[in-house]
Write a protein that binds this ligand. Sequence first.
Ligand SMILES: Nc1ncnc2c1ncn2[C@@H]1O[C@H](COP(=O)(O)OP(=O)(O)OP(=O)(O)O)[C@@H](O)[C@H]1O
Length: 444
Amino acid sequence: MNRAMPPDRARIGLVEDDPVMGGSIVQRLELEGWDVIWWQTGSQAVGEIAGIAGALDLVICDIRLSDISGETVFEELARQPNVPPFLFVTGFGDIDQAVRLMRSGAVDFMTKPFAMDDFLKRIETGRRATRAGLRLNDYVLGQSPAIQHAENLIHRYAAHDLPVLVTGETGSGKEVAARLLHQLSARASEPFVAVNCAAIPTDLLESEIFGHEKGAFTGAHQRHLGYAERAKGGTLFLDEIGDMPSALQAKLLRLIESASFSRLGGETQVPFRARIVTATHRNLNPGEASGFREDLYFRLAVLPVDIPPLRQRPEDVVWFLGRFLEDAVGRSDVRIRGYSSLTEEAALAHPWPGNIRELRNRVDRAVALATSEWLMTADLFPEKAAPTTSQRFVPLSDVRNAAERRQIERALEHTGGQIIKAAELLGVARTTLWEKMTRLGMRY
Ligand SMILES: Nc1ncnc2c1ncn2[C@@H]1O[C@H](COP(=O)(O)OP(=O)(O)OP(=O)(O)O)[C@@H](O)[C@H]1O
């Protein structure tokens, strides 16, 4: 344990009570040039890992040990500082436990039997994704610790086939996160199919997702393959899942449970091969009057990841200001040198209710309308500038639009974002509300 080692040589702890399995893992890892310390009982591991936690790059731990469980080993050590990342090795029946461990901070799990190549890859990702300094600043979602935590989770989740639920405010980058998950997964060469459940009228949603047979309903002139089928072995991304009507929630639950579905008007069971990733800006937690099926929620939220709002990640405000400015300048022929320091301060003080989408739109507009080489606060936040006389008199249509928008926002807030219920409150048909929101440029 006190041997001098080259700094780039990984130190792996192994907790495995099976001498054959343990012996072959040690042999293979040493062949890879890694240094391995092996404990054959859980209690021995707890006692010794505590003393050298900071020096270990990863601990590989069997869940079923002969004395205490791998879960207890982890719980004992998780209270200590500098705990190394844990990769659990589980039997097939222990998946629920492994998922629970992953949610409480374990880095990953693998189900026995596993292919050695995959195992080595998980070890590499596990240590790379969690040890500060080992990731070469290659984060793509942002620079703040909060988003990097989410990105690390996405790296870990990518290796599994379990459903992922992405939560976060509108415009915070949930779809970008889901696409990253897809690209990092073994499904990357298959389609990524995104469906916004709130944007498709309810009566169309079912046939859009599940498809329909010829003659299933008036106007169904030919067979139509739905998103679930078109996703093939890739990822089916269901955005705004909280807006899915309850009849469809039941059908989605059946699809997950049986890994198959039928097209509308059809009897044949079509196999479902894609991974389900869902997103919501609403709180779908059961017991909190979300109106969302509890059984489906637990099926979808096996691996949860929360994308924090932009106002909680000042490092990313500055980072995205730079990135989007570069993009916008690259697309046009204007010469802009950067932001004035007051502009950056104003951006840091702004609450960003529309998150990254809002930031990008503001930068694009500022670049298009800029009158100097430095972007000023008024370029990014024109609404905060003092109004001129002509601006004080806005056209009546703008006043009406603003009032309608406010009232729609209030109704949506009241119904937790559910368009159907909001339409009822406002006394208009759902399609009328939908059209109005589109005209007013509101997100649904
Ligand atoms: N990490 C990122 N890098 C570059 N652009 C990003 C990033 N995150 C978000 N964006 C941009 O911000 C906008 C909103 O992102 P996205 O659609 O992923 O958010 P969302 O949370 O899914 O939004 P909604 O709740 O409205 O569906 C998109 O235009 C996207 O390109």
